[in-house]
Ligand binder design. Structure first.
Ligand SMILES: CC(=O)SCCNC(=O)CCNC(=O)[C@H](O)C(C)(C)COP(=O)(O)OP(=O)(O)OC[C@H]1O[C@@H](n2cnc3c(N)ncnc32)[C@H](O)[C@@H]1OP(=O)(O)O
Ligand SMILES: O=C([O-])CC(=O)C(=O)O
Length: 374
């Protein structure tokens, strides 16, 4: 059924399948993973518990969590052939292209041959994605071949450790944890739908994730956090931000990090990451980027009733932790791989190939003219 308020373009408002994984825009804060509210998850659990919840169906007990984290730790290493491929990708490549190639190469080296073993392939991707991006980044930017097998307890701490060559502070590790939870799953968003379409052909899980990475890359989806950072970095202070935004709105520019396909008044993830951005700003002594971001939020709501989505305050939060802007969207991949792959399993469990119909708008039937008549 088409929701008239949203219109039908972009399949908006049309139910394209069922899921037990996530609600968007419904009860509680509006976002739940398997029934658990996002704000409670962000408050109380680790990303690894969310990853387990999505792949296995329930939150782990203590023993299961210990075992799961030990398994992830043991899967961080990169095969030599994958390292060689990463070393050939140029320094100026976009890191999302590196993620896409890294995932695809992993699919060549560790091909999923039996859907019954999907959880092993999923765990491997959750564990190895930070290694892939950091190995390439440090090799091409710092000229070092890093050892990716750290002893860090969590995916977020492991990532920051590899990137900065030292274990992160507790605050930074906590922010990464919350960020990875917030990005983990979001129903039938564009990249997840890509993964489900691929899964519906009974393709392998690495193909599903490789396709999803390509969809996430665009600035209307995951790429918005980088685009938001590029924008706010250009503002000198809150006053300047307001003037520039007003001009951008007058030119009808799209303001990255604002608006949403489903939420109408707010994105429940924003209030959570905004709080952490504020804490980080205090921690690092920022008195520009956070006030600039807050002013952008005020102006966009006042002028357009547009609100910050999950991406906007992620920009300043990641920046405060010393993460280069072009690595922002790969972090989204490190998290969303848990949602994508849970959807792949769900699609496989109740599958019919996804193949909608198109309304034809081309010319009427006509004969092929001879070459001399074209
Ligand atoms: C984690 C995520 O992927 S969250 C999304 C990240 N993407 C962004 O931040 C990119 C900026 N935002 C956008 O481009 C859009 O809001 C999207 C892609 C997220 C949603 O697109 P839609 O569902 O088409 O948006 P929606 O139907 O609400 O748009 C309504 C109107 O608001 C405008 N609008 C929506 N978002 C913005 C924005 N960020 N800046 C300026 N105008 C906007 C649209 O152009 C549209 O105007 P129109 O009717 O004159 O064409
Ligand atoms: O749901 C969407 O369309 C985009 C989004 O917020 C996400 O994927 O996290």
């Amino acid at each position: 059924m088409v929701d008239k308020a949203l219109g039908g373009a972009g399949l908006r408002g049309q139910v394209a399948g069922e899921t037990a994984l996530c609600t968007v825009g419904k009860s509680g804060s509006g976002l739940t993973y398997r029934g658990y509210d996002i704000s409670e998850l962000a408050d109380k659990v680790q990303f690894e518990e969310v990853a387990y919840l999505l792949s296995r169906g329930e939150l782990p007990n203590q023993g299961q969590l210990v075992e799961y984290k030990a398994k992830l730790k043991s899967l961080r290493g990169l095969p030599q052939a994958l390292k060689s491929v990463l070393e050939t990708i140029p320094k100026d490549a976009h890191p999302m292209d590196v993620m896409r190639t890294g995932c695809s190469m992993l699919g060549n080296l560790e091909t999923e041959t039996d859907f019954a073993n999907a959880d092993d392939a999923i765990d491997r991707m959750v564990a190895i994605f930070p290694s892939i991006i950091c190995y390439w980044y440090r090799y091409t930017h710092d000229g070092v071949r890093i050892d990716v097998e750290t002893d860090d307890d969590t995916v977020g701490a492991h990532f920051l450790h590899l990137l900065h060559d030292k274990a992160p502070s507790q605050l930074f590790a906590d922010v990464m944890n919350v960020s990875l939870i917030l990005y983990a799953e979001h129903e039938f968003n564009a990249s997840t739908f890509t993964a489900r379409v691929c899964a519906s052909t009974l393709s392998d899980i690495h193909s599903c994730v490789t396709g999803a990475i390509g969809s996430l890359r665009g600035p209307l989806h995951g790429g918005a956090n980088e685009a938001a950072m590029d924008m706010i970095e250009g503002f000198k202070d809150a006053e300047h931000a307001e003037q520039e935004l007003m001009s951008m709105l007058a030119r009808k520019d799209k303001i990255m990090g604002f608006g949403h396909a489903i939420y109408r008044e707010s994105d429940p993830r924003n209030v959570i990451i905004k709080k952490y951005s504020e804490r980080l700003a205090k921690e690092v002594g920022d008195d520009v980027l956070y006030p600039v971001s807050v002013r952008c939020e005020e102006v966009m709501w006042r002028e357009k009733k547009l609100f910050c989505n999950a991406d906007f305050f992620h920009a300043s939060a990641y920046h405060f932790m010393g993460i280069p802007t072009k690595l922002f969207t790969p972090i989204f991949v490190m998290s969303r791989v848990t949602g994508w792959t849970a959807h792949v399993k769900e699609q496989r469990a109740n599958n019919r190939i996804i193949r909608p119909s198109a309304e034809y708008t081309g010319p009427d039937s006509r004969p092929v003219p001879a070459m001399s008549e074209r």
